[in-house]
Structures are given as structure tokens and as C-alpha cells.
Design a protein around this ligand. Structure first.
Ligand SMILES: *[C@@H]1O[C@H](CO)[C@@H](O)[C@H](O)[C@H]1NC(C)=O
Ligand SMILES: *[C@@H]1O[C@H](CO)[C@@H](O)[C@H](O)[C@H]1NC(C)=O
Length: 353
């Protein structure tokens, strides 16, 4: 029935036939593996001792095992690996990667690569800040953030499966153009370190809200960020969106699928401007309402995979079953059980598409 209607529509209006040319689903689907970001607050302070090392904290269910399960049993292929800036340099702003700490984080990165994932995203989880002050706007210099990324790009840039998430959730950044200049310095540093074609995720203001990516001026400012050859290849817009009443991702009930308010208008902007975006955080409780809206949201991304590259749910890794948005699977001997939201939407909407 569907295809008959569609064939008729295509005959009548060739322009409407365009969607058939699109892939049927996004390229990248998976979850965040949280833990190295624990102890980081939204003002960019990160307690070095608050860090949980997610490869061994969850008893019987370490993060390396989780990733192997997600790839092998669920066919997911992408993990975002949050980490605090302070942890990597052991609290030294502008310092070198600390070999001990960066070595621990590297176990998680290597575990991701060894799982067979297609994409492992390094995410600096600092809200555009270091200890309360905004990068390039009263806090660390652009050069200090660019230097961190130069070191990470030198270490990881030869592997095309590594993606660089410049910064988690900038918010209340007063000057979006100045922030885009910060991001530009980071992109230039990454590319100059030899990571010429890895995906780089560009974060906007307002917690990288997909809903306000365009209206906040983030899209326009970040569209001007380019590679050294002036192209924008593999410079992908990084967006987040939750489904609860206040978009905070703290409630177990969901109230909207974010299509009309966020993902449709953003898709229009992306198409007009020939750009792509990735949803690197979204999630909800293991409830019927979240199942309904999260599956609908992911289905929309799949249907618009010309502009949406993929999604990673928030979050597995170090979270316990008691966490509202928990996506950590439980292990029993050799078998794993996913949370209901992961099973039905993160995996279900991906496998079923
Ligand atoms: C941030 O996003 C929320 C919705 O996601 C919106 O209600 C709010 O007005 C936005 N704030 C700014 C400063 O754009
Ligand atoms: C990039 O654009 C700038 C400004 O338009 C121009 O000066 C520069 O030569 C260009 N670089 C390359 C590699 O095309």
C-alpha cells in the first residue's frame, strides 16, 4: 500500500521522490560510556578524585564488556567517551597529557576500538569552561584548549574511527562569535596535527540544544568554522536534546518527541546549508512514555539520514540501575540484559529501520 501511494506521488511530482534516494537509517548508533566525566560540574570544575574509571567500576559489568555486548549482540557501532579536561592533564591548565591519567582513559578508547565499533568519540566534558571560567572569554586561552586537542589529535588522529567532540554543552557563553573563534582554533590545531579527515563535532551554546541551535546563533557562527583548506568536510554540528518537560534530562517521564520543535527545523537548516549534525546526547527513563517519544525521535533521525549522521544515548558506562536515565546493561554470566529504553529504541529503532 505504501509503495503504491509513493509510486503515484513520484509520478505526479518528481521533487517529492527525493527521499527515496536517502539511506534508510543513520550511519552511527550507540550510547555514551560515562564515568571519566564523573565529578565534573556544569561550571567546568572537575574533581580529580570524583572520576570513576568505567572499565572496572561496575561490578561484573565493566565498560569494555558493555561495549563488546552492544556491538556483538545489538549491532550498535558508536560510543561517546566523556572525560574531564582536568583529569587528562592532572589539573595542570595548559599542561601535557598526564601519562598515568591519559593512559587510563586510553584503555577505554582502545576498548571502544577493539569492540569493533565504527566510531569512538572523544568528548571533553567541560561545558566550555575550566574551573568556572569560559575558554576565550575570561578563562583559559583559546591556545590552551587548542593545545589539549593538538595532543589528542597527535595521539589518536591516525585512526579514522576516532571522532573529536570539541566540548560538551557550552552554556551561558556571552559571545557566540568569540566561541566560534575558539572552536576554529581547535579545528585548525587538530587538522595541523595530522588528523586531516577525522570527524570533528562542533558544539553550540545553550547546552548544544538542538532546539535552539539555529535561533541562538550557534548554527550561523559555527558554519563559518572551516578546515585549513577552507572546506567544511567532516565538520559536523553537535547537538543534544532530552524529552522531558523542561528538556533537562532529569525526569523519568517524557512528554515530546522533539520533531516539530527541534529536529525538523534543524534538518531544514542543515539541508539549506549543506551540513550534517549528530545527536550525541538524548535519553529518558525506562518508562512507556519515554519509549514512545524516544523511538519516534530516533525514527525521525533515520528518516532524515541525509542530514543526521547518528545518535548516542545518555548513558551507559558507570551509571547504576538507580539513575533516572540509566542505560547500563546488566550482566549475568555470559549474557547481558539491556534496559528497556535501549532495547526498544536505541537498538530497536536502529535494527528495525
Ligand atoms: C535554551 O533552550 C531552551 C529549550 O531547549 C529554551 O527554552 C531556552 O529559551 C534557550 N535559551 C537560550 C538562551 O537560547
Ligand atoms: C581560504 O580562504 C581565504 C579567504 O578567502 C584565502 O585567503 C585562502 O587563500 C584560502 N585558502 C585555501 C587553501 O584555499
Amino acid at each position: 500500500m505504501k509503495s503504491t501511494v509513493f509510486a503515484l506521488t513520484a509520478l505526479l511530482s518528481p521533487a517529492l521522490a527525493a527521499p527515496t534516494a536517502r539511506a534508510t537509517k543513520v550511519q552511527y548508533a550507540g550510547v555514551n560510556i560515562a564515568g571519566f566525566d564523573f565529578g565534573c560540574a556544569t561550571d567546568g570544575t572537575c574533581s580529580l578524585t570524583g572520576t570513576s574509571k568505567p572499565y572496572d567500576i561496575v561490578s561484573g559489568a565493566n565498560a569494555l564488556g558493555q561495549m563488546n555486548h552492544f556491538v556483538k549482540d545489538d549491532t550498535l557501532n558508536t560510543f561517546r567517551l566523556p572525560v574531564g579536561w582536568q583529569f587528562l592533564t592532572n589539573g595542570q591548565l595548559g599542561g601535557q597529557l598526564n601519562s598515568n591519567n591519559a593512559g587510563q582513559y586510553d584503555r577505554l578508547v582502545q576498548g571502544c576500538l577493539n569492540s569493533g565499533a565504527a566510531l569512538c568519540i572523544i568528548d571533553i566534558h567541560n561545558y566550555a569552561r575550566w574551573n568556572g571560567k569560559i575558554v576565550g572569554q575570561g578563562g583559559p586561552t583559546n591556545a590552551q584548549l587548542a593545545d589539549l586537542w593538538k595532543q589528542l589529535a597527535t595521539k589518536y588522529g591516525k585512526n579514522s574511527k576516532i571522532a573529536f567532540g570539541v566540548m560538551n554543552e557550552p552554556h551561558d557563553v556571552p559571545d557566540i562569535k568569540a566561541w566560534a573563534a575558539t572552536v576554529q582554533e581547535v579545528v585548525t590545531a587538530i587538522r595541523s596535527a595530522g588528523a586531516t579527515s577525522n570527524i570533528i563535532l562542533l558544539p553550540g551554546n545553550n547546552w548544544t540544544s538542538a532546539e535552539t541551535y539555529v535561533s541562538s546563533g550557534s548554527a550561523e557562527a559555527l558554519a563559518a568554522v572551516t578546515n585549513p583548506d577552507n572546506s567544511t568536510s567532516n565538520l559536523i554540528m553537535d547537538v543534544h536534546k532530552y524529552l522531558d518537560t523542561d528538556n533537562s534530562g532529569t525526569h523519568t517521564e517524557c512528554v515530546k518527541d522533539n520533531i516539530d520543535n527541534a529536529f525538523k527545523p534543524l534538518a531544514d537548516w542543515l539541508r539549506t546549508n549543506k551540513r550534517q549534525a549528530m545527536l550525541t546526547e538524548s535519553g529518558g527513563g525506562n518508562t512507556a512514555s519515554c519509549q514512545k517519544y524516544m523511538c519516534s525521535q530516533i525514527q525521525y533521525l533515520n528518516q532524515n539520514s541525509d542530514v543526521y549522521l547518528g545518535y548516542t544515548g545518555w548513558a551507559a558506562g558507570g551509571f547504576a540501575q538507580s539513575y533516572e536515565l540509566n542505560e547500563t546493561p546488566t550482566q549475568n554470566g555470559n549474557s547481558w540484559t539491556d534496559t528497556s529504553l535501549v532495547k526498544s529504541c536505541i537498538v530497536g529503532a536502529w535494527k528495525g529501520a
